[in-house]
Design a protein around this ligand. Structure first.
Ligand code: FHN
Length: 681
């Protein structure tokens, strides 16, 4: 008996000590198969913040962040606990709406940043059992999910504005001393609650962490938490926000960082597919995650469906959010959209579930997904822009067509197909079968062989005296031919070797050929020869830029000139540490940048939150708005000498940084050196 007990203890220690981050790709792919096949899930942001519903002291632009954005002291916020009584909450109703919409999993906020637990937790009284409602919402929802065959998943915030041991405090929270706060004790609390969430509610599909960006959290905590969660449920899937590897709202994991199991682009969709990367785009139906009763700016069903198709065509998952009301109801606008999405999915879900990413780099009329069916490949052609001539041109397909039909056509009446050079042309009905997204099936013989157009890879399309245009192709058995006057290349056109030298404004068109025939669509890019901006004379140049510092709460860059600066001075660079506080501030920097030689320059700002960069009066970089660290760029041709430079920046709350970079004139992309920055004494 003793031997059995010691073996059991050894097993438990082994499981707990196991490093799940060392899992093989095959094992991870197997664990994530249901999630990859599912493609589509429901995000639910619900909690005490649904009670104020976005409004506080007359301002109406709040939501799940209201405790911070409205700077509500905790004792005031506690009053919502006594008010939370969503008597109209019906878990089965919610789950059926998600299921009918074609969603395969639900991710709900077990605890958002405010620290309130939507479940019965033995580790805090700041939970649903302290409210008049006194029902374990997560228990009811997980039971309903199991009843209707959906996976239940938890969103759990690391950042916690309630727990006394969480650090840092909010700047404005002068009534809550951090005295005695112990983050390691908070980490244990986090694990204690996760143990409840992962042992009391059956099998959980995904642990969706968030609020990982404050400097008290790090990759060590992240990896330990990842292993802890997996030790409780080895098959669970965990997002990249468990660690600190996420790159802002772009959401993908930075190279070399620990990234959990999948990337999490937020309110955006990657511009291209990401082969070999698991990712899920989370997007709101209107502008807020939590319920804001004033926000009627809902995306149309068509827009949401085209997002679903776009994401799926790039191999990602779509996590679409609903913010329920304090009564426990989905907003009517959300209900309608879920219903309409479901109607579309009833007709076309075969083109979403279990599909692979599009083999096409670009389709001017829409998107594609694909499946392997025996020896053939099935292409699902999602048409956003229906061809006016009823001819759907599918470029660069070398395979022989087998059959084609409208996916929603129960009779599967065959559509006539012909070949036109590299393309298969499908004769489709005159009017689109679906008002949102129509789907045409095209079966082709064998494994798909798609020749995408050659890529013109110059990042800059203006030049001063000459420019080398570089083209590449991901097919090594083709010949690239090109023209410089915008016409379509033929077998008589020049063959691309290693560059195309331009000395005048030109339109480059490239196309791939094989055995004397075109095998791809064309790619086209115009390049313009420009006159560089003239320099300005600076009477008494002195190192550094002028700065003006402001304080206020903004969602976009304000007109600083209409505001009174809190202070001003000069600074060697775009230094935001000159601020008086960590949130709700802005800067206006002005001066000159000394350009070393005539050339085309790229300027970048990388900022959280918004920023803009001007050369002279020209806006070169527009990186405005509320966002995590996000880089934007702009190009401009400049002559050697001084050029007026202005940078604007604002930070609302949480995370703040500003980087201003330059590239060109022999300068590799880098933060603008102090030596290039001047003001007029
Ligand atoms: O701060 C949260 C926000 O409230 C919301 O939960 C989103 C959803 O992914 N995540 C954070 C912002 O990145």
């Amino acid at each position: 008996m003793k031997k059995i007990i010691s073996l059991f203890i050894l097993l438990v220690i082994t499981i707990n000590a196991q490093d799940y981050t060392k899992e093989s790709k095959e094992a991870k792919d197997l664990r994530m198969q249901w999630w990859s096949d599912a493609r589509f899930g429901l995000f639910i942001h619900w909690g005490l913040y649904a009670i104020p519903a976005g409004e506080w002291n007359g301002s109406t632009n709040h939501a799940e962040w209201i405790r911070t954005t409205a700077q509500i002291p905790l004792k005031e916020y506690y009053k919502f606990v006594e008010q939370f009584n969503p008597v109209k909450f019906d878990a089965e109703e919610w789950v059926k709406m998600a299921k009918d919409a074609g969603m395969k999993y639900i991710v709900i906020t077990s605890k958002h940043h405010d620290g309130f637990s939507l479940f019965d937790s033995k580790h805090t009284d700041f939970d649903v059992m302290s409210t008049p409602f006194k029902r374990d919402i997560l228990k009811e929802l997980s039971d309903a999910c199991r009843k209707y065959g959906l996976k239940i998943c938890w969103y759990h915030s690391i950042m916690d504005w309630h727990h006394p041991d969480y650090l840092p405090r909010r700047e404005w929270e002068t009534d809550r001393s951090a005295e005695g706060a112990d983050f390691t004790r908070f980490f244990q609390y986090l694990k204690n609650q996760l143990k409840e969430l992962l042992t009391n509610y059956g099998e959980i599909g995904v642990l969706w962490f968030d609020g990982e960006w404050e400097d008290t959290w790090n990759s060590h905590y992240g990896i330990e938490l990842y292993n802890y969660v997996r030790s409780l449920q080895p098959n669970i899937i965990i997002n990249n926000r468990v660690g600190v590897g996420r790159s802002g709202m772009e959401g993908l994991t930075k190279a070399g960082e620990f990234g959990g199991d999948f990337g999490t682009p937020e309110q955006q969709i990657p511009s291209t597919g990401l082969p070999g990367v698991d990712w899920e785009a989370c997007i709101t139906m209107n502008n807020y995650w939590g319920y804001n009763k004033f926000d009627k700016d809902f995306k149309s069903t068509k827009e949401l469906l085209q997002m679903l198709v776009d994401i799926t065509s790039k191999g990602g998952n779509f996590l679409l959010n609903v913010g329920p009301t304090a009564e426990g109801l989905f907003p009517q606008e959300s209900i309608l959209r879920l219903k309409e999405i479901g109607e579309w999915m009833n007709l076309y879900d075969e083109s979403i579930y279990g599909t692979e990413a599009s083999p096409f780099n670009y389709l001017e009329w829409g998107r594609s997904t694909k499946k392997t069916l025996g020896n053939n490949t099935r292409l699902y052609l999602h048409v956003f822009n229906w061809p006016k001539d009823a001819k759907l041109v599918v470029p660069g397909v070398l395979n022989k067509p087998v059959k084609s039909y409208v996916l929603s056509d129960k009779q599967k009446v065959l559509l006539h197909t012909t070949r036109n050079e590299d393309a298969i042309v499908i004769n489709v009905p005159l009017t689109p079968p679906n008002e949102n997204v129509s789907v045409i099936v095209l079966d082709v013989e064998g494994k798909d062989e798609i020749i995408n157009p050659p890529a013109i890879i110059n990042p800059i399309n203006i030049f001063i005296d000459k420019l080398d245009v570089i083209v590449n192709t991901d097919h090594n058995d083709v010949e690239v031919r090109y023209t410089t006057d915008g016409t379509t290349p033929t077998m008589n056109s020049d063959i691309y070797k290693d560059r195309i030298e331009l000395r005048n404004t030109s339109t480059i068109t490239v196309r791939s050929f094989r055995n004397g025939k075109p095998v791809s669509n064309v790619a086209r890019e115009s390049f313009t020869k420009v006159i560089p901006e003239k320099p300005v004379k600076v009477e008494n140049p002195e190192a550094g830029v002028n700065y003006f510092y402001y304080e206020g709460i903004w969602e976009n860059l304000p007109d600083f000139n209409s505001l009174e600066p809190v202070k001003k001075g000069t600074s060697s660079n775009f230094d935001i540490t000159l601020r008086n506080q960590n949130d709700y501030f802005g800067f206006q920097y002005s001066g000159y940048v000394l350009i070393p030689r005539d050339d085309v320059y790229t300027f970048y700002t990388d900022s959280d939150d918004g920023s803009k960069l001007y050369i002279g009066d020209k806006l070169i970089v527009d990186n405005d708005g509320l966002h995590g660290m996000q880089e934007k760029k702009g190009i401009v041709a400049l002559s050697k000498g001084f050029h007026r430079l202005k940078v604007l920046y604002f930070e609302r709350s949480v995370g703040n940084d500003l980087k201003v970079l330059i590239e060109g004139g022999g300068i590799k992309k880098q933060i603008i050196p102090d030596s290039m920055l001047f003001h007029d004494r």
